[in-house]
Design a protein around this ligand. Structure first.
Ligand code: BGC
Length: 392
């Protein structure tokens, strides 16, 4: 049986985001939209705010050595310019819990939800938004910057702008091509300001963003535009990857493609292709999210093995991949889908908050513990990458 080995020190972890798991966050635009009946309510979610220690125990027992999570801006700065030191202390205990378990932290400062005061004044489209966002980021770094080396400012700016300003499906529910273009530039400006403020406060930290990369025909616009807007203002790139779309395929191919419970095609080689596409930036790469909704847990085991093959292949071809964070540790609040989609390595019973480890999590555990994939099907693995059809 072949063994695909990973470099020493490779990070294996899982990702979460505050609003999707913590529970009890009411002073953000998404909670307001839920009160208005526009999106499902996140309510207590997974109660991760109180249960993070036992959830990190699960992560460590699954062999992981890293965790990505997010800090909720509205907890730290509930009113404009007013910072809540108790919440800083809360997140300090989160870092301490990770450290005690030797889990390398990758904190993210903003994962889609905006403090109500910030969204009411126009969000990132307000002219002062870059300074205001940078002030928050700098505050966190001054207090907690010694707790982690790898910091993300933003999660998926292209999804945020697309869903909120083009589709009109997410707060602030605009359908405006003009605002869409403007908000992409505004979020990039906010990142640049935050990067400068964070690096001034602590030059030694590494700052990046989690960018979604999709194989689509609008490759430049969707995948690379934002990265160009922040060129020179990132020390690493986080890749979030879920989507593969192939054009020019038959109806039969379309119908027979393997899909997750979200209806997204599961395509074994698209992660590899995205990593190769990001090689040109000459920056360390982390897969900051990659996963699938699969309540029955039938596709996840192979999905994880295929991810490992893709990572290994990309590293072998010179992509500087340093870590992989599966989305997600827990089932969680999936935005407009509410709690109906199950992305977790760990199943959550929302009525009792009971956690149950899914079988696929043990496949991940073996990978994390060995820092290698025992590949029973190395030839099958190879053939996954020999598909020459154009995926776009
Ligand atoms: C987001 C997560 C989301 C996941 C699955 C990513 O785009 O960062 O918040 O839950 O995809 O849809």
């Amino acid at each position: 049986m072949a063994e695909l080995k990973f470099p020493d020190g490779f990070l294996w972890g899982a990702s979460t985001a505050a609003y999707q798991v913590e529970g009890g966050i009411e002073n953000v635009d998404w909670a307001q939209a839920a009160r208005e009946g526009k999106v499902p309510s996140a309510g207590q979610a997974c109660d991760f705010y109180h249960r993070f220690e036992s959830d990190f125990d699960v992560a460590v027992n699954l062999g992981m050595n890293a965790q990505r999570f997010s800090i909720e801006w509205a907890r730290i700065e509930p009113e404009e310019g007013t910072f809540d030191e108790r919440e800083v202390e809360h997140y300090r205990t989160v870092f301490a819990a990770l450290k005690a378990r030797r889990l390398t932290p990758m904190p993210n400062l903003w994962h889609f939800t905006l403090p109500l005061w910030f969204s009411k004044r126009g969000g990132f489209l307000h002219k002062d938004a870059p300074e205001v966002f940078a002030r928050y980021c700098r505050f966190v770094i001054e207090r907690l910057g010694n707790e982690a080396d790898l910091w993300l400012t933003h999660n998926e700016p292209m999804v945020y702008s697309g869903k909120g300003y083009w589709d009109g499906a997410w707060p602030p529910f605009f359908k405006s091509p003009l605002k869409h273009i403007r908000v992409i530039s505004a979020v990039a400006a906010a990142h640049r300001a935050a990067y400068t403020a964070m690096k001034t406060a602590r030059p030694e930290i590494q700052v990046g963003i989690a960018n979604i990369v999709v194989y689509v025909f609008v490759d430049w616009f969707w995948n690379h535009r934002f990265l160009r807007l922040i060129a020179g203002y990132q020390d690493f790139i986080g890749l979030n990857h879920y989507h593969h779309r192939k054009f020019g395929i038959t109806k039969h191919e379309q119908e027979s493609a393997l899909r997750s419970d979200m209806g997204w095609e599961l395509h074994p080689m698209s992660l590899y292709r995205c990593l190769i596409a990001l090689k040109r930036y000459n920056l360390p790469l982390y897969v900051s999210e990659h996963g699938l909704a699969d309540a029955a847990d039938i596709h996840r085991p192979e999905f994880i093995q295929n991810a490992a093959r893709a990572l290994h292949r990309a590293i072998g071809e010179g992509a500087p991949v340093k870590g992989y964070f599966h989305w997600s540790l827990l089932d969680n609040y999936e935005w407009t889908e509410g709690f109906t989609k199950r992305f977790g390595l760990v199943e959550v019973d929302y009525a009792t908050q009971e956690r149950r480890i899914r079988k696929s999590a043990y496949v991940y555990k073996q990978l994390c513990e060995r820092n290698a994939l025992l590949d029973p099907a190395v030839n099958v693995g190879d053939s996954l990458f020999s598909d020459t059809t154009r995926s776009s």
